[in-house]
Design a protein around this ligand. Sequence first.
Ligand SMILES: [Zn+2]
Ligand SMILES: [Zn+2]
Length: 55
Amino acid sequence: MTTSPDTDLPDVPALPVPTCDACPHPLEDHDPIGLRFCAITTSRGMNRGCVCVST
Ligand SMILES: [Zn+2]
Ligand SMILES: [Zn+2]
């Protein structure tokens, strides 16, 4: 039996970055205004995009 401790598992994300429910951006990219904006968008089921600052 041979075991490979360094086997890559493609279905395991390396960095579990929490993403927003209202937009495809990671929560880290949200400023306080963006977080509130997206929270309201999610709670009201709206589809109005987001106010994230994309560089
Ligand atoms: Zn968002
Ligand atoms: Zn966004």
